[in-house]
Design a binder for this molecule. Sequence first.
Ligand code: BGC
Length: 423
Amino acid sequence: MNNKFPKGFLWGAATSAHQVEGSTQNDWTQWEKDNAERIAMGAQDKWEKWQQEKFPEMFTAENYISGNACDHYNRFEEDFDLAKSGGHNAHRFSIEWSRIEPEEGIFDEKEIEHYRKVLVALRERGLEPFVTMWHWTNPVWIGEIGAWENNDTAKYFLRYAERICNEYKDLVKFWMPFNEPGSEVSLGYLFGNQPPGRKSKLGANAAFKNLMQAQKDTYKLVKSVSSDFQVGCSHFMFDIKPYNNLPWNIVAAKLMDYFANYRFFKAFNGSCDFFGIQYYQPFHVNFKLGGTFFGLFENKKIIKKQSDLGWQIFPEGIYNVLKKAAKNGKPIYITENGLADSTDRYRAEFIKEHLKYVQKAIADGVDIRGYFHWSLMDNFEFVEMRGFWPRFGLIEIDYKTLERKPRPSFYAYKEIIERNGLG
Ligand code: BGC
């Protein structure tokens, strides 16, 4: 098999505003303050013994407060210098709506200027920007009206999207309106373990409907600003399989695949030019009351090699999800793939092995055009409010001094990028 990637393949890493910038004031910031203590106290029941011993910071409230995060807001140039030195030619990041429009209809010119500087800094370093307009956080005033459960939110979002799309039209080509709407709908509105902390089937349905509508409307809007712009859908994909051949597990896996994938593929139809696929781990579906998916299924751990979060490392899974996503007939960018690995013992191999399977999918004819590792640097892992202890970075952050230190895997990734292929 040819071990080169296609010419012009994009290589980079991804981040999101709330996870790296620091000092954000949005609906999550408030939620963190209100819930940090409770989450710290619950760590004992949530995590395995080995995780508790390895990461005692999970028992402190500070772990769950984003605070200054990586101070990327002030240090973005230094961070992009590092990305460039790692050979990257693209970078995915998000614009923080709450900075741009802190009050309804009031746009902050200083913040608009800030993100212009961010984009210019990327361009100066030869990094193609992939701009996410919304990576889960909302301005406080949007939180106060019920966030995505309120039909008006889609309308407000469109106004914000129109503003930034016009402001940065000279600097951006790739736009991703929403990061993984499905994850936020289920974790934030159905299970309530991240903001807005709702546990409501009706609420989740409304949020799903509004987000999908907003994706469609934003697609039209961005294309009306320039038909050259490329608009992406971002979708989280488990590699879903039944744990064994018991009929109820086979049915459960089909059901889960429907809810987690096909329902989105259908809804995304006609609202993007490319698919942003985000793959982390397999899901071996076992029917069990009280499980993690809809309270009905659990993910059976059958693979020994696991990340610090206990996620099974299964590179072949990326091939399976890419083949499935390819049926949508759109070009694909892998907009997230990574692992929490504080000692960097698996990351280099993880990247290489996953990329082998990306190549296999390309060899089968799947149109894959780029790979963004999650993440450029350690950050505030806000999914299910896990906080700072899971370390996803190619670059290590010392949260006391905010010093940046590229990990060995940063250089291993650089070699792959420089060859545009695997050795
Ligand atoms: C999210 C990121 C997150 C990563 C690791 C993705 O689902 O988009 O924000 O940090 O997963 O959990």
